[in-house]
Design a binder for this molecule. Structure first.
Ligand SMILES: *[C@@H]1O[C@H](CO)[C@@H](O)[C@H](O)[C@H]1NC(C)=O
Ligand SMILES: *[C@@H]1O[C@H](CO)[C@@H](O)[C@H](O)[C@H]1NC(C)=O
Ligand SMILES: *[C@@H]1O[C@H](CO)[C@@H](O)[C@H](O)[C@H]1NC(C)=O
Ligand SMILES: *[C@@H]1O[C@H](CO)[C@@H](O)[C@H](O)[C@H]1NC(C)=O
Ligand SMILES: *[C@@H]1O[C@H](CO)[C@@H](O)[C@H](O)[C@H]1NC(C)=O
Ligand SMILES: *[C@@H]1O[C@H](CO)[C@@H](O)[C@H](O)[C@H]1NC(C)=O
Ligand SMILES: *[C@@H]1O[C@H](CO)[C@@H](O)[C@H](O)[C@H]1NC(C)=O
Ligand SMILES: *[C@@H]1O[C@H](CO)[C@@H](O)[C@H](O)[C@H]1NC(C)=O
Ligand SMILES: *[C@@H]1O[C@H](CO)[C@@H](O)[C@H](O)[C@H]1NC(C)=O
Ligand SMILES: *[C@@H]1O[C@H](CO)[C@@H](O)[C@H](O)[C@H]1NC(C)=O
Ligand SMILES: *[C@@H]1O[C@H](CO)[C@@H](O)[C@H](O)[C@H]1NC(C)=O
Ligand SMILES: *[C@@H]1O[C@H](CO)[C@@H](O)[C@H](O)[C@H]1NC(C)=O
Length: 596
């Protein structure tokens, strides 16, 4: 795991705001109530039943346990004794005409604090939708969403007694730090070493016989060992529809008995360390819509039968390099919207019937042994937002029909046999945010048309055979670009005119083997840079002192194989993990150690 650098996330999502609050207010418990559906928003002519006295008394005691701070978005001014509590801010009561009992409490946006929640909360026995601790007394709860809540350590035991639960979400949000192929690391908005843990998933769900949705994203399940799957299927969850265990440190095989839970509609086991085959019996899950097994170590033949299930909307198995198989013919009545089998050992002909998949939004294909061009029928799939192709068997040039796929947001041809120039028609794909054409055999110069792609955030063109001189300043005109990799071509990269404020968006800049003979001036403005690779160039002289002052967030620095003569710094950035200064022309002692 690397340290959690929020690559490309200069603006944190709203969740982060909540998180920062939690972590800044040490000693307080941050409360976040959220709810599923309101059950009483129908307008009726009859007089609604006002709030029952015990309900308003409980709410008023609860109010006293909150601290309203400068950050609070609600003052709860409407929460006053003697008024109808069913009309108070964030409160809703149950029943068609109201039964005077609090059914839902929604203070999610209020940012209230509380050192200790008043147990009066548990007098609101009609509550259906709420996020909180001390669950066991909330017998009627059907939906519990504690995603990104401030629980740490083991999942509270009380949850096991909520026998009416239909939906349980204990996920922690995480993001990927994309550094390299086949090497993923993850970050969270909170402390990365901080995991919610569940050593016994079987016992967690044993009494939750009504459960239909189980989301445990980034809950550490590794203590369950290889038995996690049978432990789950041995338990009584006969109605389970959604099983989502993303990035849970799971290892071991997927048990065939998982398909004994006939109700399953979604299986999501992304980003684990699962090995062994994909059970053929998944094809017998008649209600299955989503199968996501990407980023594991699964192996063997992928059952073609699964791909023929016409109910499936999503099959995602990429980054399982030992899964092999081939695509079947697709009929027009297929429901697939996502089909990603790239970065696997898939091979065999890619059927032109893939053009029948009119609803397809995301397509990733692979061909390793079988040499073929991409079928032109893909050019008819004009709803595609993502297109990937991998494997030495994908040959030919970038097809002209690519210019028709104007909805594309991500285009990735990598580790492939494609060659020829990058066509200027790529400049038509105005919605692209990621253009990744790497480790193939592309040659020729970089077409200036790609600088028309003003939504680009990521551009990877490394490890091809591109030639010509390219000015870095052309890239700085792309206002959202934060990650650029031009390494390992036959390009000559020069500075150009540094005249753009966009330079300081850069997070990742990899310019290895780019025939550079001067330290790029633009680096002076890159105060958010985390990864910088300038290795294998011909840059002479001293590393400027401003560099060390500017790059305060640097995590990786590689300036090996250059002609540098002086390091010129006293201390390295605090978060630095890797520095490579080898094969330069440094002389004499390094005065004070640059290593912290
Ligand atoms: C809250 O806001 C007031 C007025 O703006 C200010 O005087 C006070 O210091 C703030 N309190 C905190 C804890 O930030
Ligand atoms: C739980 O809440 C989060 C944040 O509001 C939301 O993204 C997620 O979809 C919810 N989970 C379920 C199962 O509804
Ligand atoms: C970028 O370029 C480096 C060489 O500097 C290469 O090793 C690496 O795999 C590339 N990958 C990404 C994702 O940037
Ligand atoms: C399930 O409920 C039964 C009866 O209430 C109880 O004896 C048992 O301990 C519970 N199992 C778990 C794993 O909590
Ligand atoms: C699941 O049940 C089978 C048969 O009852 C048993 O042999 C196995 O040990 C159980 N596995 C777990 C992990 O509980
Ligand atoms: C598709 O789903 C329906 C129910 O929605 C089911 O009856 C049918 O058997 C499923 N088809 C397949 C091929 O599993
Ligand atoms: C890829 O699949 C072929 C069979 O299609 C197999 O012979 C080969 O060993 C596999 N390679 C890997 C790395 O799994
Ligand atoms: C691409 O679009 C053009 C114009 O809309 C159309 O004439 C052409 O047939 C399309 N090409 C493919 C391969 O779909
Ligand atoms: C491009 O993106 C914009 C904004 O998201 C969207 O409105 C537009 O429809 C997209 N264009 C295509 C061709 O999909
Ligand atoms: C795209 O870039 C080319 C070359 O830089 C330029 O001639 C052309 O006008 C640009 N087109 C648009 C629509 O911006
Ligand atoms: C790169 O292109 C040159 C000719 O322009 C060719 O000689 C060389 O073999 C190519 N290298 C690769 C790795 O394809
Ligand atoms: C550089 O920026 C200045 C002011 O922002 C502008 O006047 C000038 O035209 C720019 N030069 C180039 C070459 O873009």
């Amino acid at each position: 795991m690397s340290s959690p650098i929020a690559i490309g996330h200069h603006e944190p999502p709203p969740l982060l705001v909540l998180y920062l609050l939690i972590h800044l207010l040490l000693g307080f418990q941050q409360l976040c109530y959220s709810l599923g559906t309101h059950s009483n928003n129908r307008i009726t002519a009859a007089m609604p039943v006002p709030c029952l006295p015990d309900q308003s008394a409980a709410l008023l005691r609860l109010k006293r346990s909150f601290t309203i701070t400068n950050d609070s978005q609600c003052t709860l001014a409407s929460w006053r004794a003697g008024t109808d509590c069913c009309r108070w801010e964030g409160v809703r009561c149950g029943g068609a005409n109201g039964d005077g009992r609090v059914r839902s409490l929604d203070l999610a946006r209020c940012f209230l604090e509380s050192a200790a929640i008043d147990p009066a909360l548990f007098d609101l026995t009609s509550l259906r939708y709420l996020n909180l601790a001390r669950f066991e007394r909330l017998k009627h709860l059907t939906h519990l969403n504690l995603s990104d809540a401030s629980i740490q350590g083991k999942i509270p035991v009380g949850i096991r007694h909520l026998t009416n639960l239909v939906s349980l979400d204990l996920s922690t949000t995480f993001y990927l730090i994309d550094q390299d192929d086949y090497y993923l690391s993850f970050g969270t908005w909170s402390d990365p070493s901080w995991w919610v843990v569940e050593p016994n998933i079987g016992s967690l769900v044993a009494n939750l016989s009504s459960l239909r949705e189980l989301y445990l994203g980034r809950v550490d399940l590794s203590d369950n060992g290889e038995d996690w799957c049978t432990a789950l299927t041995n338990s009584s969850t006969p109605q389970l529809q959604v099983l989502s265990l993303r990035h849970c440190r799971l290892f071991g095989p997927i048990c065939t008995s998982l398909s004994s839970i006939h109700s399953l509609t979604e299986i999501n086991l992304q980003y684990n360390d699962l090995y062994g085959p994909v059970p053929d019996s998944f094809a017998d899950l008649h209600f299955l819509r989503v199968l996501d097994l990407a980023d594991n170590d699964l192996e063997g033949l992928f059952p073609k039968r699964i791909l023929q299930n016409r109910n499936l909307t999503t099959v995602h198995i990429s980054y399982n390099t030992n899964i092999y198989g081939s695509l079947p013919n697709f009929s027009p009545d297929s429901s697939l919207t996502t089909l990603i089998v790239s970065s696997t050992n898939f091979s065999g002909p890619i059927p032109s019937s893939i053009g029948n998949l009119k609803s397809l939004n995301e397509l990733g294909v692979a061909s390793n042994d079988f040499r073929q061009e991409l079928p032109s029928s893909i050019g008819q799939l004009t709803s595609l937002k993502l297109l990937e192709a991998t494997g030495a068997g994908i040959v030919g040039t970038i097809p002209s029909w690519i210019a028709n796929l104007t909805s594309l947001v991500l285009l990735r041809f990598s580790n492939c046999g494609l060659s020829g120039p990058i066509p200027s028609s790529i400049g038509n794909l105005k919605n692209l945010t990621r253009l990744e054409l790497y480790r193939c055999n592309f040659y020729g110069t970089i077409s200036p048309h790609i600088f028309n792609l003003t939504h680009l955030k990521v551009m990877y063109l490394h490890s091809n055979n591109l030639t010509g001189t390219v000015e870095l300043s052309s890239f700085w005109k792309l206002p959202h670009l934060f990650s650029l990799n031009l390494s390992g071509n036959r390009l000559t990269v020069v500075d150009g005119d540094v005249n753009s404020s966009h330079v300081n968006n850069m997070d990742i800049l990899r310019l290895a083997s780019c025939n550079m003979s001067k330290f790029p001036d633009a680096l002076r403005h890159m105060s958010f840079i985390h990864y910088l690779d300038l290795s294998d160039n011909k840059i002479p002289g001293a590393i400027p002192q401003w560099a060390w002052e500017t790059w305060s967030q640097l995590v990786l620095l590689n300036i090996s194989h250059n002609k540098f003569s002086s390091v010129g710094c006293n201390a390295l950035p605090v978060d630095i993990e890797s520095v490579d200064l080898s094969f330069n022309q440094f002389e004499g002692p390094i005065s004070s150690s640059p290593i912290n």
